[in-house]
Ligand binder design. Structure first.
Ligand code: ADP
Length: 645
């Protein structure tokens, strides 16, 4: 008997010694969550002694919301048997005695003692591992961002030479330059993929979801990849279309997914093959599919195809380019746009990659501001005292991209006009403080607004026309109730858009080849500390503008004090601060120049919203940069009226 007691004692001591010496924390709780056992490692991890914990609810080791939810969770488990954590390892957060919160790995298993269930939690503090992971991610991110600036210079410079912008290149040199250009673009793709992946993994990827028609996105993407297809002698054919389908997507990211499908299809197709693209409706969803006639996907590779860095044949990286990240990124994007992605393939017969997106109802569409980007520089004043009509007018004008301010009476309108530059205004004829005619008279008597186009929105236009038309010019009329198309047409007419745009274009055309002689050439300030990149940007835009460079914020301020610029191209990371700091100062200028941010980092939606254009280095081909410069310079000419032409 004594021997038995002795041996039991030894057993208990032996078990306790094991429990005390394992490196992981072991916490045993009963079915109500009350702690039964707390080993030494757990004491070290949480900072409590076993005496302070045993007999108390385990939820005291958890931060919110787990702290409050744990009892319910246990109850639920007993009632339904549904396990969220039991039997599965998870990364969760723990709370130490001093209140600090830390990441930990938790694995829970279930056992029974005297007929009662017990839960054994194995806890490992992973603070250090997380810190190293974060350092690693930050390192990859910093290096990749730093690589963007020089790489943009390299790709931009090679693009100019290869594209013939700087004259003939000897044939032999051209072959080498083509190789260099192709590979610089490959490197840019790799860096962009790496950064996307890292952002998605860190939960920092922001998608700008807008309701919009799908077909134009598909068609633009096809157009953009056509040249890529030609490299592989592959032709893209749109075989089926679904017009009038609206989807809620981030247009850039959707095009990135489709580009990935199309470029894979081209890469893996035999020369001379055709790749078909079909867009078709599927109940409440619309499906876009890309069908190729290449080798297809082997059965062995199918389950891994959407994983990071997975390629069927590791030599693909060298032979076909690519990173094995494209489809992993595409899957994340499509799922975050509430869609699904998939493929089917028979080995040797080709592959069909597709994504499906929910179709948006028309009602959702009407609430969407459309295309604020294109006309972002054009500012309109709506003078209207009825708040509902004012909202309606602003909404309609916002939808087509105008920036709108609303004044509820004549005095407020005059105040707005004195402090801002408007391209046109709409006017309610019956304002609470003065009649429309009186207000127009005052507006016309000021030199700054004597030619301001005015659209009178009135329920009694015939009476008004008699009084006002005889006296003033540049007045248009819209009768209440009015239709959206009537309003936007009137605004378009009021702004001499086409005439001015054409004039700007003509001016630009005349200038090509004679970069320094034109009097109408706008000046652009490029704030960029990388001299090479500045030179590339100035060369890309040399036909449309003259460029000044500022290497830092201080130089930019000095330039802005001396010169009126039609546009500012702004880098963000500058030696003496962030480019964003300059924005408030630019806002105070009259006229306020539009801003293109050309940065190595991806920008948040909020940051993109405060400038006219946000471009990311390595993501922007020369032609797109030139188009953006042209558009904003033309927009600037438009909104500022006489400043350029
Ligand atoms: P990559 O940048 O390597 O193209 P993806 O994630 O886009 O990365 O594709 C991963 C891999 O999937 C490719 O390397 C290739 O092995 C396979 N794959 C993708 N699309 C096709 C296709 N249309 N035909 C055959 N294999 C494909």
């Amino acid at each position: 008997m004594i021997n038995l007691v002795q041996s039991l004692k030894e057993n208990v001591l032996f078990t306790q010694a094991i429990l005390d010496n394992v490196i992981d924390g072991i916490i045993i709780i009963d079915n109500r969550g009350i702690v039964q056992s707390f080993n030494r490692a757990a004491e070290t991890i949480f900072g409590y002694t076993a005496d302070e914990i045993i007999g108390r609810n385990v939820n005291m080791l958890m931060p919110e919301p787990y702290h409050s939810e744990h009892d319910d969770y246990l109850e639920n488990y007993h009632a339904t048997g549904i396990q969220h954590i039991i039997g599965i390892g998870r990364e969760v957060e723990g709370r130490r005695k001093d209140g600090s919160i830390f990441p930990m790995d938790l694995a829970v298993s279930r056992s029974t003692h005297n007929g009662q269930p017990l839960f054994i939690g194995l806890v490992r503090d992973i603070t250090e591992r997380k810190r190293v992971e974060l350092m690693k991610t930050e390192f990859v991110s910093t290096v990749s961002h730093e690589l963007r600036t020089p790489l943009t210079s390299i790709t931009g410079a090679l693009g100019l030479v290869v594209g013939g912008a700087l004259g003939e290149v000897p044939e032999q040199a051209k072959v080498m330059l083509d190789i260099a250009y192709k590979n610089s673009k490959r490197l840019a793709l790799l860096i962009n993929d790496l950064l996307d992946m890292e952002k998605l993994a860190a939960g920092k990827m922001h998608l700008d979801l807008q309701t919009q028609p799908l077909m134009p996105l598909v068609e633009q993407t096809l157009e953009a990849v056509r040249a890529y297809g030609e490299q592989y002698q592959v032709n893209f054919e749109l075989t089926e279309r679904a017009d009038d389908m609206q989807v809620r997507v981030d247009s850039g990211r959707l095009q990135q997914v489709l580009t990935n499908f199309l470029s894979n299809a081209a890469k893996f197709s035999p020369p001379g093959a055709q790749v078909e693209v079909a867009v078709r409706q599927h109940k409440n969803a619309v499906q876009v599919e890309v069908i190729d006639h290449g080798p297809g996907i082997s059965a062995e590779f199918r389950s891994r195809i959407f994983q990071k860095f997975s390629q069927a044949d590791s030599s693909d990286t060298r032979q076909k380019g690519g990173t094995g990240l494209g489809l992993a990124i595409s899957k994340e994007f499509i799922e975050r746009m509430s869609g699904l992605i998939g493929f089917d393939s028979e080995e040797g017969q080709g592959a069909r990659f597709y994504f499906q997106l929910p179709v948006c109802r028309t009602q959702e569409i009407t609430q969407q501001p459309a295309n604020t980007f294109i006309l972002g520089a054009v500012r309109l004043l709506v003078v209207e005292d009825d708040p509902d009509i004012a909202t309606l007018l602003s909404m309609m004008l916002n939808r087509v991209g105008y920036h709108v301010d609303v004044a509820a009476n004549g005095e407020v309108a005059l105040n707005y006009l004195a402090h801002n530059e408007y391209a046109a205004m709409t006017l309610d004829q019956m304002l609470p403080d003065q009649g429309g005619a009186a207000l127009i008279r005052r507006i016309r008597s000021q030199t700054e607004t004597e030619a301001l186009p005015i659209i009178v929105v009135s329920a009694f236009i015939e009476d008004g026309k008699l009084v006002i038309n005889s006296e003033f010019n540049a007045i248009d009329w819209i009768e209440k109730p009015f239709e959206e198309s009537r309003l936007t047409a009137a605004v378009r007419r009021a702004l001499p858009t086409t005439a001015r745009m054409q004039e700007v274009e003509r001016c630009m055309e005349q200038r090509s080849g004679v970069p320094t002689q034109s009097a109408c050439k706008p000046r652009v300030l490029h704030v960029e500390d990388d001299v090479d990149l500045h030179q590339i940007v100035a060369t890309i835009g040399r036909d449309v503008a003259d460029f000044d460079v500022a290497n830092n914020l201080a130089e930019a301020r000095a330039n802005l004090a001396l010169e009126r610029y039609s546009l500012v191209v702004l880098d963000i990371g500058l030696p003496d601060g962030w480019g964003w700091e300059l924005l408030t100062e630019l806002k105070r200028l009259n006229p306020e120049p539009p801003v293109i941010v050309l940065s190595g980092s991806e920008m948040t939606q909020q940051q993109q919203d405060i400038v006219q254009s946000a471009l990311v280095k390595t993501r922007i081909p020369n032609q797109n940069l030139l188009d953006t410069l042209k558009r904003l310079l033309a927009g600037n000419a438009l909104s500022k009226g006489k400043t350029i032409l």
